[in-house]
Design a binder for this molecule. Structure first.
Ligand code: PMP
Length: 332
């Protein structure tokens, strides 16, 4: 029979599709890696599976245990999906700016969700990561997934996303463009591709302009799940261990306007309904593509679907609040 034994077997092996209209005028092919095709709907299914398996192997997660994590939603969905199959309980802490759809989806999977203020320093007990650490400490049988510092996060991409791209492009990929949240995607995928290509593949981080990763001030921005925002009173300024900075050759810094407008254009011009961070990544990829030729090949990672953001990116009122005037973007 042509069947899967479980959802876990469906994670990964996502399609790579050429962008055809938004790339008008460019001579380099640009391909989008559609991570929303994963069974939980995002790139994060890969690391959820890899982190849970590693925790089980290490004896950190046992039958009846509780998975705790700070998640912008997608890691939570991946973990909740795996947990539902294996009988674990889930408790997730989320920053306030997470979209309503993401919170509702986590609850639908049976997870407990704690919404935390987004504007307190890392040291504050109500900060999402501090709250998750406290819940993990005080709940018997709890395991903190800690995607920001868990080596099984970049390892998932080194072992799957990277080899998939090399195989799918028959070794012709020359540029990888990805957003950086925990850094797992870019570090694992980029690290593998650099190694297998003997340094030929260039790795470009797509970062919100205000994000600390690419030298910004760390002030607020609208795009979720990528970049590093820093509260002015934060003392701990360490970057996640999941982010291997030496893998990134350079950053493209993208404004909220460019990210959001590009996400909207992808829906209307390519038929790709994608999230805000995919807008950031594609805006960066289009900049990278300028000056490249037909012998180059750009791949951009699309982390999740626009269905997670109908009340934000694809809501005219919300968009107007973020970028002012023009909500007719991408009306082609
Ligand atoms: N975009 C979205 C929508 C995400 O959920 C995430 C992960 N939080 C990212 C981008 C960033 O991926 P990574 O954590 O692997 O850097």
């Amino acid at each position: 029979m042509d069947v899967y034994a479980s959802l876990a077997d469906m994670v990964g092996n996502t399609p790579l599709v050429r962008l055809n209209r938004i790339t008008a005028g460019l001579s380099v092919p640009v391909y989008a890696k559609l991570e929303y095709v994963n069974p939980g709907g995002s790139v994060k299914d890969r690391i959820a599976l890899s982190m849970v398996r590693a925790a089980e192997d290490a004896g950190l997660l046992r039958p009846g245990g509780t998975i705790v994590e700070t998640t912008s939603g997608n890691t939570g969905v991946g973990l909740a999906m795996v947990a539902a199959q294996r009988g674990y309980r889930c408790v997730f802490t989320l920053p306030e700016k997470s979209s309503a759809e993401k919170v509702a989806v986590l609850r639908a999977y049976g997870a407990e969700v704690v919404v935390c203020p987004g504007d307190v320093p890392r040291e504050h007990p109500d900060h999402p990561r501090a709250a998750a650490e406290r819940i993990a400490r005080t709940t018997p049988g709890a395991w903190l997934a800690d995607q920001y510092n868990n080596p099984a996060n970049p390892r998932a991409h080194r072992g799957s996303t990277g080899p998939e791209l090399w195989r799918q492009t028959e070794g012709r990929i020359t540029h990888l463009v990805s957003g950086v949240g925990t850094g797992g995607t870019i570090s694992g995928t980029g690290g593998y591709l650099k190694e297998v290509s003997e340094g030929r593949v260039q790795v470009i981080g797509a970062d919100p302009e205000a994000s600390v990763y690419s030298g910004g001030p760390g002030t607020a921005y609208a795009v979720e799940s990528i970049g590093l925002f820093r509260h002015p009173e934060t003392v701990d300024d360490s970057w996640p261990q999941s982010f291997h900075t030496d893998v990134v050759d350079r950053f493209e810094r993208i404004s909220d306007r460019d990210s959001l407008v590009t996400a909207r254009r992808l829906a209307r011009e390519e038929g790709l309904l994608v999230g805000a961070s995919a807008g950031t990544a594609v805006a960066a990829a289009l900049r990278v593509a300028v000056g490249l030729g037909p012998d180059d090949l750009v791949v951009v990672v699309i982390p999740d679907s626009g269905r997670n953001y109908l009340s934000k990116v694809f809501d005219d009122g919300w968009l107007r609040e973020q970028i002012g005037d023009d909500t007719t973007v991408g009306g082609a």
